[in-house]
Design a protein around this ligand. Structure first.
Ligand code: ADP
Length: 228
């Protein structure tokens, strides 16, 4: 599903954020990307929704070379790749239903499609009852569930989560990780960038470790933050 080969990213100011990254992630796989702040985790995820293109190397998603994608095809890619952030990024003056529907608006979905897909996505994250609430009426965990519903409503092949539990209490963080695990079990490839050792150690999933923009370890069979 995801194939990176010899990928380097150098920002315009000369900062080298990734060097010689090779990574392959299969369909339905759950994979942590771990590393200290500044190790390149966000940069790696940004390549996968084409927020960035690599300076060197190739990024292939579902058989398509992302760098070579014509501008007109980028919306197609973004439909296929959902993204979740630490700070949720919900629209504060729109309710839960509208926040999720927004992801369908931007790809030009019909009203009918929205009425079919939004309830399914909210059901999946366990928020069927909260569709009329505004974000500020929700707990942090519920807000993150809304953002996961929004990321999934287009039925993407890949879900990227950038520090999804960074603003959440430990108990709620576990619930969110359980939800992401269930999503992977349904066949969506999940990449989760984090520096939360306790979560990673507890999950025993695949762990790819970055140090200074280079992959230094890939515990494919599942591991902890530091040890295989
Ligand atoms: P992480 O997500 O692991 O904290 P990042 O991918 O955000 O790491 O950053 C990797 C490196 O690239 C860091 O040295 C960071 O300062 C640098 N960096 C990130 N974004 C930019 C940018 N837009 N311009 C220049 N340097 C950047």
């Amino acid at each position: 599903m995801i194939h990176m080969e010899g990928v380097s990213v150098v920002y315009p100011d000369g900062t080298r954020a990734l060097s010689g990254v090779d990574l392959q992630v299969d369909r339905g796989e759950f994979c942590f990307i771990v590393g200290a702040s500044g190790s390149g985790k966000s940069t790696l995820l940004q390549l996968l929704y084409r927020e960035l293109v690599p300076t060197e190397g190739r990024v292939i998603i579902a058989g398509q070379d992302v760098a070579g994608l014509p501008r007109s095809r980028v919306p197609m890619l973004r439909r296929n790749v959902g993204v979740v952030f630490q700070d949720f990024r919900l629209l504060p003056d729109k309710n839960v239903w509208e926040n999720v529907a927004f992801a369908l608006d931007v790809v030009g979905a019909s009203r009918r499609e929205k009425f079919r897909k939004v309830p399914l996505a909210l059901e999946l994250v366990g928020l069927g009852e909260k569709e009329s609430s505004l974000p500020n009426q929700l707990s942090g965990g519920e807000r993150q569930r809304v953002s996961i519903a929004r990321a999934l409503v287009n039925n993407p092949s890949i879900l990227l989560a950038d520090e999804p539990t960074g603003n959440l209490d430990p108990d709620i963080s576990w619930e969110i990780m359980q939800l992401l695990t269930n999503i992977a079990e349904r066949g969506t490839t999940v990449l989760c960038a984090t520096h939360d050792r306790i979560i990673v150690d507890g999950m025993r999933k695949r762990v790819v470790s970055l140090v200074g923009g280079t992959i230094v370890r890939d515990a494919r069979g599942g591991g902890g933050y530091d040890e295989p």
